[in-house]
Design a protein around this ligand. Structure first.
Ligand code: NAD
Ligand code: ZN
Length: 357
């Protein structure tokens, strides 16, 4: 097909306090006594939000341990446990950041697909639709709430299960849930959105569809991280919508250099997505001069520490691993540098870039 036929999220609820509508939203999705499974970010264990989850009948509440980003083994284990216990479930609801939402998408898919989630890392490999899936972000920036992928670390690579079956059937955008995210974490995940915008807007895949979302998301990021003199409730509203629009922007284009390089870090060192993107973006003046200048202003204004020297002392073999992972992200490089990207981004140039981080 010449033009991408873009599968979107089914339903969207937005508003402060909209989380309390969840019971009503889920009710028509319940299939007999098959349970709804709620994956709740472990941060909320014992907190008030836990008590507001509309559990009914055999529903199951699972605390999602997001100490590490989701792995295919973690997804497979949870899906197997649910299949063994219930046969099938009415749906999987992810409440948390990008990690928890990705976990929910992947487990939802694996309820109806054989084998391991690692078999489906790539593009359009998923065979069957999953069970009903809903996503409820509690931290803003990744755009995982709108994307057609769920990023997993597998035995041989970190790559998404990218498919038309992956997007959520429902998302609930309630900015109140993101109140109280620690400042550093809010910045790192928020910058994921900022970097999505810069990479999309400066990319060769850019089109008016992506541009309209990307420009809006960029303006919202600039508003909350640069122009306002303090963080307020409206900032949470704005960053949640920035995340949504940023996700929509890359859905119809692609990300770029920061993401391609940061995937290597994440694979080898386990560096998390948000902070990893910041570590890399900090050194990308040659690719995104204006964006990096503005990023540094935001870092200063928000008094954030961006780690330095994380690649110090790595062996040649380790650098090679990161370079292999990174150069494997072909569409990202092509979006960033154009069709002849392989001539421009040599292994030596990429090695020099990793050495700076
Ligand atoms: P995260 O989900 O890993 O959460 C970061 C930290 O914030 C965790 O410690 C979590 O417990 C905590 N947290 C979450 N909500 C909170 C709240 N309201 N208050 C206090 N603490 C809270 O971080 P993230 O940056 O949202 O997501 C990163 C993940 O998203 C990575 O695994 C990445 O691969 C994935 N990702 C996916 C997509 C996609 O399209 N599917 C896009 C970008 C990133
Ligand atoms: Zn990202």
């Amino acid at each position: 097909m010449q033009f991408r036929n873009f599968k979107m999220v089914g339903y969207v609820v937005y508003g402060r306090g909209s989380f309390d509508q969840l019971d009503e939203i889920l009710s028509p999705q319940r299939k007999g006594d098959a349970p709804m499974v709620f994956l709740l970010d472990h941060f909320f264990k014992g907190k008030a939000l836990e008590g507001r989850i509309p559990l009914r009948g055999k529903d199951r509440l699972v605390s999602a341990d997001v100490t590490y980003e989701p792995k295919t083994t973690q997804v497979d284990q949870l899906a197997k446990e649910l299949k063994d216990a219930y046969g099938t479930v009415s749906g999987v609801i992810g409440i948390g950041g990008g990690s928890t939402m990705d976990l929910a998408k992947a487990v939802g898919l694996m309820m109806n697909n054989p084998g391991s989630s690692a078999d489906y890392q790539g593009w359009d490999l998923v065979k069957n639709p999953g069970v009903y899936k809903a996503g409820i972000p509690t931290i803003s920036g990744t755009g995982a709430e709108v994307s057609r992928t769920t990023v997993l670390t597998g035995p041989t690579r970190k790559l998404g299960m990218n498919s038309d079956f992956t997007p959520f059937d429902q998302i609930v955008l309630d900015p109140v849930l993101a109140e109280g995210v620690p400042v550093n974490q809010r910045f790192y995940t928020g910058m994921d959105c900022y970097i999505h915008c810069i990479e999309s807007l400066q990319g060769t895949y850019l089109n008016e569809f992506s541009k309209s979302y990307g420009e809006k998301a960029l303006a919202l990021c600039q508003e909350v991280f640069l122009h306002k003199d303090h963080w307020d409730a409206q900032s949470d509203d704005q960053l949640m919508m920035a995340s949504y629009a940023g996700g929509m922007s890359i859905a119809y284009s692609q990300v770029g250099v920061a993401h391609a390089v940061s995937y290597g870090l994440s694979y080898l060192l386990g560096t998390k997505h948000g902070i990893g993107n910041c570590i890399v973006f900090n050194h990308l003046e040659e690719f995104y001069p204006e964006g990096v200048r503005e990023f540094k202003k935001m870092v200063d204004k928000n008094k954030i520490d961006i780690p330095q020297g994380i690649c110090k002392g790595l062996t040649d073999e380790q650098f090679d691993t990161m370079i292999n992972v990174s150069l494997g992200m072909k569409p990202l490089w092509e979006n960033a540098l154009g069709k002849d990207w392989e001539k421009q981004m040599t292994r030596d140039r990429l090695r020099a870039l990793y050495e700076k981080l």
